[in-house]
Write a protein of this length. Structure first.
Length: 73
């Protein structure tokens, strides 16, 4: 894996989120502070169990609460 990146649509990233934990996601859209995508591996944690997201689920995260490391294709 390479160094930390600003996410771009079409890329797949290892995400380390301060609230949701560590997971990999394929980014589908970047809207300013918000990053939309699909989890490709791992689980995004949540305060309530029914809000957890797993592989195949769509998710939106805030860029300021996460770091993104590009996963080469």
């Amino acid at each position: 894996m390479s160094t930390l990146h600003t996410p771009t649509a079409g890329g797949t990233y290892a995400v380390n989120h301060s609230r949701k934990g560590k997971f990999n996601m394929h980014v589908t859209n970047v809207r300013g502070e918000w990053v939309d995508g699909v989890i490709v591996s791992g689980t995004a944690k949540a305060l309530l169990d029914y809000n957890q997201k797993e592989t195949g689920d769509e998710i939106t995260v805030r860029q300021c609460l996460a770091t993104f490391t590009l996963i080469p294709a």
